[in-house]
Design a protein around this ligand. Structure first.
Ligand code: G6Q
Length: 548
């Protein structure tokens, strides 16, 4: 049955009425009026802590948002996802990334006649055996040397997850294995890696759900050509493995069936880091830590499944984000990890949220009459502070920020960690409090500036404040806490998708890109001049052809 429109829901209408007042609320006053605000607006789950008190909302707003979640059927849809129903309705697929991290003894789950948990654990077992062999040096290259370099060739969901996690868990990594990630069809990407690795000690992983993605196929063919120019064909089996749902295509490429790692069409690319697509992670940190990563996500799944909505971390994160997007009209969200090892986390979330919820029609194909996914962007917080935070503090747009930090460092440089956390907390305080013109006057007077100088400078030194942020803390950045963090955002994305009534699990915009380039590639490389395009595209193609 079609979902009633978002605007027709009683709680949405009540929230719309509240919004003009809320836009005027001052967080300073909300904090001053309620000493318990932090306690009331924070939640623990799966080893993570979320403080969402620095948002422009009050208890009544939250109540209405929770009611909206109920009206939109968040719980029923969540249960349908976990149960393996085909909620990806444009591709008629189940959405079961949660099954990838469920323990082997989880209650049986049968989808299309397949025992999902048995299949998942059979592949995990193969990942375990293979990663143990490579890490221990029992898996040898064709000349009898141990593997030193691992090159993952994949793009989008077959690249962003493993790359982000390998960086985040660098402290858990095998000291003798170097991980490389090649995604771009730009030859500079592959060339940079091939120029520093040795074919005798390099393992290539060709990672592609479909095994048809042109960038990945071109990089894989070039890597294969490079390898066979330096080593016999028969050596390929020791140096090329593949992860895909398309076993026929892997076979055609020439990969040994023993080193094909399958996954299934009910795993979306951007949700595939938990599957065999995570093979680089198992190689880098070992299967034990890879399992901890899965366990962290499973702990968040359990919380998401069972906690009441009002104490459910992914639900609350989603609702606060929805409020900021819908009613405070914030067009983007900035992610600020205060942890260097999470440097790729914003890029990972960019795909997760924008590819999932960057949609303009409902699940039934009707045009939405409200805004959906905001732009997601960011980078390590301290670096951002010296760059674009200017705009976040004093620009004309209000951009909510997610601060993410570990309370304890993975190093002994204590002074650095105190400085890092001080920056993180000071920023969230400053975004909330701002600095009023009266405070600026007092400051400048105390500095002994002349009245006309104060007058001139004061507007520039005033900060509006009242800018929303969340803070997510973990004790240490570990495989477990990272797993929980990623799953938190997956479920946040899911809940927002339900509120907006979009299909969070297809990506027709990305598919379009895959088809478009093919036509122009032919025009760039043949002598025919079809001039089928607009004058700009024809002109650009002509320029490229002249440059050959
Ligand atoms: C993810 C998207 C997309 C996909 C890449 C790579 O959800 O579908 O980012 O992961 O286009 O696709 P293959 O893994 O099929 O090569």
């Amino acid at each position: 049955m079609p979902q009633p429109s978002l605007r027709s829901s009683a709680s949405f209408q009540a929230l719309s009425k509240l919004a003009p007042d809320a836009a005027r609320w001052q967080m300073r006053e909300l904090f001053a009026g309620d000493p318990e605000r932090f306690k009331a607006m924070s939640v623990d789950a799966a080893g993570l802590f979320l403080d969402y008190s620095k948002n422009r909302l009050d208890g009544r707003t939250l109540e209405l948002l929770l009611q909206l979640a109920r009206e939109r059927g968040v719980e029923a849809r969540r249960d349908a996802m976990f149960a393996g129903e085909k909620i990806n309705n444009t591709e008629q697929r189940a959405v079961l990334h949660t099954a990838l991290r469920a323990p082997a003894d989880a209650p049986k789950l049968i989808v299309d006649g397949q025992d999902v948990h048995a299949d998942v654990h059979a592949v995990l077992q193969r990942v375990r055996v293979f990663s143990d062999a490579v890490r221990s040096g029992t898996w040898l290259g064709h000349t009898g040397k141990a593997i030193v370099d691992v090159v993952n060739i994949g793009i989008g969901g077959s690249d962003l997850g493993p790359k982000m996690v390998c960086l985040a868990l660098r402290q858990y990594s095998h000291p003798g294995l170097r991980m490389h990630f090649v995604s771009n069809v730009d030859g500079h990407d592959l060339d940079a890696v091939l120029s520093i690795v040795d074919p005798e000690t390099t393992l290539f992983i060709i990672a592609s759900k479909t095994f048809t993605t042109s960038e990945t196929m071109m990089n894989a063919q070039t890597a294969r050509k490079w390898f066979t120019a330096l080593a016999p064909e028969s050596a390929l089996a020791r140096h090329f493995v593949a992860v895909s749902t398309n076993l026929e295509a892997i076979k055609t490429f020439g990969i040994d069936p023993d080193t094909m790692f399958p996954f299934w069409d009910w795993v979306g690319g951007r949700y595939s880091v938990w599957s065999a697509i995570g093979l680089p992670i198992a190689l880098a940190v070992g299967f034990g830590y890879f399992s901890d990563f899965l366990a962290g996500a499973h702990a968040m799944d359990q919380h998401f499944k069972s906690a009441p909505l009002a104490a459910n971390m992914p639900v609350l994160l989603a609702l606060v984000g929805f409020w900021n997007r819908q009613f405070l009209e914030c067009g983007s969200v900035s992610i600020a990890p205060y942890h260097q090892d999470l440097s790729r986390f914003p890029a990972y979330l960019q795909q997760l949220e924008m590819e999932s919820n960057g949609k303009r029609v409902t699940r039934d194909g009707a045009a939405v009459d409200y805004a959906t996914c905001p732009a997601v962007w960011g980078e390590c917080g301290t670096n951002g502070q010296h760059a674009y935070f200017q705009m976040l503090h004093q620009g004309t747009d209000v951009t909510p920020i997610d601060f993410i930090a570990a309370l304890r460092p993975g190093h002994e440089l204590q002074r650095h960690h105190a400085a890092l956390l001080a920056n993180c907390f000071a920023q969230s305080e400053a975004f909330m409090r701002g600095k009023t013109i009266t405070e600026v006057y007092a400051d400048l007077q105390a500095q002994g500036l002349a009245p006309d100088e104060i007058e001139r400078l004061a507007p520039h030194k005033t900060f509006p404040g009242n800018r929303p942020s969340n803070t997510i803390l973990m004790e240490y950045l570990t495989p477990h806490s990272l797993g929980a963090l990623v799953a938190l955002y997956e479920h946040k994305t899911f809940v927002q998708g339900v509120l907006w009534d979009v299909n969070s699990f297809d990506q027709w915009g990305v598919e379009l890109g895959k088809a478009l380039a093919k036509n122009i590639e032919a025009e760039l490389t043949t002598t025919v001049r079809p001039e089928l395009h607009d004058s700009s595209t024809n002109g650009l193609i002509a320029k490229a052809r002249e440059a050959v």
